[in-house]
Each structure stands twice: as structure tokens, then as C-alpha cells.
Write a protein that binds this ligand. Structure first.
Ligand SMILES: [Zn+2]
Length: 445
């Protein structure tokens, strides 16, 4: 066996590295890890690869990181829109979930979402839902890198009719996935208004003990602020800080309604933040103080949120929305620059999930989670500035080839292993059963 052999050489690419753009660049991958990054003229002296990938006319980006979704909810995409968060959740989503969420729907819904995400350049996803074991199986089959959070709430849920059994379900889930190379188990407490302080503390202690990411929605809408004030006499940020769960290893999602002091508490806690601009706009939840979080050094990543509240899972769209939303909100075109936003979509997300040493940039020693974007397109011509082009002009449809751990999952816009038609057919079948038996439950159908 030739130990000098590399598995893959991506050649003649424009490579987006932490130091800037490498024109006529090459990247060698060995055993799933980025081995070398350099110029083509030097690559001629590198070890012989077992496979070459011609990347002429293409831009090599680090794989994008989607820090927040409920992937299985693709089965409810478009079911109920244009409603307030409270009405959408309580009148439509919770009843639909109670009736139709099961092992089967979670598996196919999650697999469909993984397909959607991979083909738009997302190589890592952080998910939170019910029946997360089935969701993790779907993520594993797709080949995506995943942090999968088993959901916890204090009332009966689709996978746990007796909330006192939830800790046992979570433990079993953590045990099953603890040694998987790509699928990491996590705990997802829905929010402070659906989980008591005791539930939060116990779940967080378990996450810490197992070195698993602890996820929670925080300060998403004005309704949450009112409810937490009524229940605990505090704002959501102060309340959550008081429970002790804000720490490194915690991901706080949304973080919209926080005052200056709460932003300081969050920044000093070491927790990461997921920013989901399109979901926040669609549900009119508010505008998260992201420039203030970034200024305080908080690791902030981008998230799509679930496909029932977005309704797509394309991080290129989130990048553009994030850049535009904060500019118009402040009437200041200089906030949230394209380089800052592109960085949030890869390295920011990696850091927010605690994976900042492994993924998020193209440099030797990191995992080969890589995306080739086809730049030979009218709307991407000419190229002056990579971040501007990616944030303001590109879309997920421009993604050509995607790999995770150096394994090519999508090549020339086709999946190598997955039967996408079969996956879509299964989700269409689920939609039929939702539609047939739900008209009495869900008024909008
Ligand atoms: Zn969410």
C-alpha cells in the first residue's frame, strides 16, 4: 500500500480560504481530512491521488452549516402560513404534530430535508425534533454531518405521552448515537415557556455529562416575553440565565427580544447563537440584535428553522436575507457586510455548534466538508469579490458538487447514493394521509 497516496485531488479550482481567494488552486484530501491546500503549480509535486476532480470554472467553499431546523417538518411545508407564531403553533402545528408525527413521517421528512440541504451546499445540520432516533437514521443515510437533538417539553408530545418518561428516552438516544463519526446526539429543550426550570436544569446536566450540545429557543416572540414575565417575573434572557443553562455547549436559537444587559449575560456565558432571519421575518417575530452579538464576540451561525416556518432550507437565501434585513432595519447599508455573513454561514455556525476546530474553513487538518459552486453562470459573471457574489447573487441552485468527510454525496447536481424520487414519493404519500384525515382538525386544508 502506498501511504503517500491521497484519496482525492480537487484541481484547477478557485479556493475560498481563511486567507482569501486562491486562484488556480488545488486541495488534496486524505482519509476524509483536508491534507494540503495550495496552487496548481505546486500541486504537481504532491502525492498521486487515487481520484481527481476537475473544478475548472468552479469555486470551492467550505460546506455551509445550518445551525437550526426541525427537518422532519418538511411534511408540513406550506400547511399553514401567514399567521402569528402563537396561532400557527397552537392552532395548526401542535395539532398536526399530535396526529401525524410518528417514526415513519419523521424518517422520510428528515431525509427529504437532508436532500434539500445537501443539494444547496449545507454539509452540517443541527436539528431538534421528536422521534429523533428516526431523524438521526435519516441523517445517517443521507451522509450529511448532523447534530441531532431529541426534543423535550413538559406536556405530552408525539413520541412521549407521559413527560416523566422523557429523560429515559433521551438517555437511550444519547447512548445509541454517542460513538457515531458523523451524527452527534444532542438535547433540545423546546423553550422556557414549554419546559420548567427543573426540566431545563436536569436536561442541561445530562447534556453536560455526555458532552452533548444543549439547544433551546430563546426570546423568539413578544408572546414569550409576556408569558415568562407573568410566570417568573423576569425577561426570557434573565430567566434562562438564572437557570444556569447558558454556558459553552449551549445553543440559544433566535435571541430576538433581549436588552443590553441580557446581551452581556449571553456574551459572558460562552453560549452560541443561531440566527434565523427568514423565519423571524415570516412569523414577524422581530429582528435579532445580531450586530450587537457579533460585536460582543458571541459565536453566531445562520439557521433556516423548520420548513413549516420558512419554508425552504437554503442557506444562500438566509445569507442574503440576513445581510438585507439588518441593513434596512437600521437604515444603515454598512452593517452585516457580505464577508461577515459568509463567515457566519460556515465558521460562525461551526463555532456556535462547538465544531469550530473541525469544520467551517478550507485549511489542512479540518474535515473535508466541501462544496463546489458552478461560477460559469450569467448571474455570477464577472467575479470581483467572492463574498459579494455568494451573499447577493448566488443561490443554492448553483451548487454543483458536495462532499462530507471527503465522500462525494452530490456530483454534478446528482446524488451518488440517494434515490431522490423514492424519497419525494414517500413524502407525497404522507401529505395525502395528512390531507385526507385532517380537515376536521386543521381548518386551513
Ligand atoms: Zn425552531
Amino acid at each position: 500500500m502506498n501511504h503517500n497516496l491521497v484519496d482525492l485531488l480537487i484541481h484547477d479550482a478557485s479556493v475560498w480560504t481563511p486567507g482569501g481567494l486562491l486562484v488556480d488552486g488545488a486541495v488534496a484530501v486524505r482519509r476524509g481530512i483536508i491534507d494540503r491546500v495550495g496552487l496548481m503549480r505546486d500541486a504537481h509535486h504532491w502525492p498521486e491521488p487515487s481520484r481527481r476532480l476537475d473544478a475548472r470554472g468552479m469555486l470551492l467553499l467550505p460546506g455551509l452549516v445550518n445551525t437550526h431546523t426541525h427537518a422532519a417538518m418538511s411534511v408540513f411545508r406550506g400547511l399553514a402560513d401567514d399567521l402569528s407564531l402563537e396561532e400557527w403553533l397552537r392552532k395548526h402545528i401542535f395539532p398536526a404534530e399530535a396526529r401525524f408525527v410518528n417514526v415513519e413521517t419523521v424518517y422520510w421528512g428528515t431525509l427529504l430535508s437532508c436532500v434539500e440541504m445537501l443539494r444547496t451546499g449545507i454539509t452540517t445540520v443541527c436539528d431538534g425534533y421528536f422521534f429523533e432516533d428516526a431523524a438521526a437514521e435519516a441523517a445517517e443515510r443521507s451522509g450529511i454531518r448532523a447534530v441531532m437533538g431529541q426534543g423535550i417539553i413538559d406536556f405530552p408530545s408525539p413520541d412521549c405521552s407521559d413527560p416523566s418518561r422523557a429523560p429515559a428516552i433521551v438517555r437511550q438516544f444519547l447512548d445509541r448515537w454517542k460513538d457515531h463519526p458523523r451524527v452527534k446526539p444532542s438535547i433540545f429543550c423546546h423553550a422556557s415557556y414549554t419546559c420548567s426550570p427543573e426540566t431545563l436544569k436536569k436536561s442541561h446536566a445530562l447534556a453536560r455529562e455526555r458532552n452533548a450540545l444543549f439547544q433551546i429557543h430563546l426570546a423568539e416572540g413578544p408572546g414569550e416575553v409576556d408569558q415568562i414575565r407573568r410566570q417568573y417575573g423576569l425577561t426570557p434572557g434573565r430567566h434562562l440565565h438564572g437557570t444556569g443553562v447558558l454556558e459553552p455547549g449551549t445553543l440559544a436559537v433566535h435571541c430576538i427580544h433581549l436588552d443590553e444587559e441580557e446581551l452581556d449575560l449571553l456574551a459572558s456565558s460562552g453560549a452560541g447563537v443561531s440566527h434565523c432571519p427568514e423565519s423571524n421575518m415570516k412569523l414577524a417575530s422581530g429582528v435579532a440584535p445580531v450586530p450587537e452579538l457579533l460585536r460582543r464576540g458571541v459565536p453566531v451561525g445562520l439557521g433556516t428553522d423548520g420548513p413549516a416556518s420558512n419554508n425552504d432550507q437554503d442557506l444562500f437565501g438566509e445569507m442574503r436575507s440576513a445581510a438585507l434585513l439588518h441593513k434596512v432595519h437600521r437604515m444603515d447599508p454598512t452593517v452585516m457586510s457580505a464577508p461577515q455573513v459568509l463567515d457566519m454561514a460556515a465558521m460562525g455556525g461551526a463555532r456556535a455548534l462547538g465544531l469550530g476546530d473541525e469544520i467551517g474553513a478550507i485549511e489542512p487538518g479540518r474535515r473535508a466538508d466541501l462544496v463546489l459552486v458552478d461560477m460559469d453562470r450569467p448571474h455570477l459573471t464577472p467575479l470581483y469579490h467572492v463574498p459579494s457574489q455568494m451573499v447577493y447573487a448566488a443561490s443554492g441552485a448553483d451548487v454543483h458538487t458536495v462532499m462530507v468527510d471527503g465522500e462525494i454525496l452530490l456530483e454534478n447536481r446528482r446524488f451518488v447514493h440517494l434515490d431522490v424520487d423514492e424519497i419525494m414519493e414517500n413524502v407525497r404519500k404522507i401529505k395525502k394521509s395528512v390531507k385526507k384525515s385532517s380537515s376536521s382538525v386543521i381548518g386551513v386544508l
